[in-house]
Design a protein around this ligand. Structure first.
Ligand code: KG4
Ligand code: ZN
Length: 355
């Protein structure tokens, strides 16, 4: 099942060709340079940049899969086209939708819409060891990115149950806001991680928002605690490196511990032995290291997709789209809507796709 995926839900214009669980090409054009000056994604600028780039990115993905000299005309060799239908920025989603729809129409291919969070949750299936793919299920997926902090029970492709989610800020969003507060570059997550290496994670005891009795998350209180600490220090920007490093390391530790604690407690309660962590924040090496050691202590296995598959990409969209197409799920004319607030639903529910 040879599928071209298109991803434009936020600030990465991406296209990829995937054959089952094998990635033939994976092209990502980041807009970080455009949004950096604003310390966050500007929706209108994101849509425009997607418009300028999407055709070239799709062409590069096809060339990567079919070899030099190939191009959009080779789309006929595909079995289908998949795109991120939501959630995400409305204008940005529309660009990917129209691009994917146009290609599918011109090449006479079936078209399928994919939920972005679902694509992150299934992306572990692109791990090189394909033989073990079937044995992955069921697992608990923690999706942590700039827009999401979701805990999902994944029983099989297309069978999900939402276990918990953030009630306010997403984990990556808080990384971005703390970075902005300290005057660090955008995107904030990698910048906070880098500076944390020079800091002491025990320097400041920031709150761990565990919210007992629910699997939901809340990070806005932690964000405010960091703000008060920085304001209350009497220091002014640019902050001394040592001070900023200690704030970063202590903040990162609070997020990491909260994510791990809540995820492992949900896994225990649901009697799930495997945990998959995906989304941009899953690229954080402190989160990876602490997750591995804590899970080992509890006899659980924790899996992370490759770094390049944690942040936004179209390989995960093509892969999830391929699984849907194999089940005969595809979009019918009139059902092509991009949905900024698309809920994650099991495939039996016809609200996403018509068979
Ligand atoms: O999945 P993603 O690429 O896009 C969304 O769907 O949001 O995630 C981007 C988010 C940003 O908030 C970014 O700061 C965060 O992931 N991120 C990180 C790291 N790399 C990216 N957060 C913490 N540590 C990192 N190394
Ligand atoms: Zn994402």
């Amino acid at each position: 099942m040879l599928v071209l995926g298109v991803e434009t839900s936020c600030d990465e214009t991406a296209a990829a060709v995937v054959d089952g669980g094998r990635i033939l090409s994976n092209v990502v054009s980041s807009q970080a340079d455009i949004h950096e000056a604003y310390s966050g994604v500007v929706p209108e600028l994101a849509s425009r940049a997607h418009m300028e780039r999407v055709a070239a990115v799709m062409e590069r993905a096809l060339r990567g899969a079919f070899g030099a000299g190939s191009g959009l005309a080779d789309a006929r060799r595909l079995d289908g086209v998949a795109f991120t239908q939501g959630p995400g920025l409305a204008g940005a989603l529309l660009v990917g939708k129209v691009a994917a729809q146009t290609l599918a129409w011109a090449a006479g291919l079936p078209l399928v819409g994919v939920n972005h969070v679902e694509a992150h949750a299934l992306s572990i299936g692109l791990a090189p060891n394909a033989a073990s793919r079937r044995r992955l299920f069921p697992y608990l997926a923690l999706i942590v990115s700039g827009g999401h902090t979701d805990l999902l029970r994944v029983d099989a492709p297309g069978r999900y149950r939402v276990i918990g989610r953030t009630r306010d800020d997403a984990a990556g969003e808080v990384f971005d806001k703390v970075a902005k507060l300290l005057g660090l570059p955008y995107p904030g997550g990698p910048a906070v991680e880098r500076l944390s290496r020079a800091g002491d994670p025990d320097a400041v005891r920031f709150p761990r928002p565990y919210l007992r009795g629910t699997h939901d998350f809340s990070f806005s209180g932690l964000k405010t605690a960091v703000l008060y600490h920085v304001r209350g220090s009497g220091l002014r920007a640019p902050y001394p490196r040592r001070f900023a490093a200690d704030v970063c390391a202590s903040f990162q530790e609070a997020v990491v511990e909260t994510l791990i604690e809540k995820t492992l407690s949900a896994a225990r309660e649901l009697a799930l032995r495997r945990v998959v962590v995906a989304g941009g924040v899953a690229a954080n090496s402190r989160l990876r290291a602490r997750f591995f050691s804590r899970a080992r202590g509890e006899g659980l296995s924790v899996l992370f997709p490759a770094m390049s598959l944690c942040t936004d990409n179209a390989a995960m969209v093509a892969y999830a789209g391929g699984l849907k197409l194999r089940r005969g799920l595809r979009l019918r004319a009139g059902r092509f809507a991009a949905d900024p607030a698309l809920p994650i639903t099991s495939w039996g529910n016809k609200s996403i796709t018509a068979a």
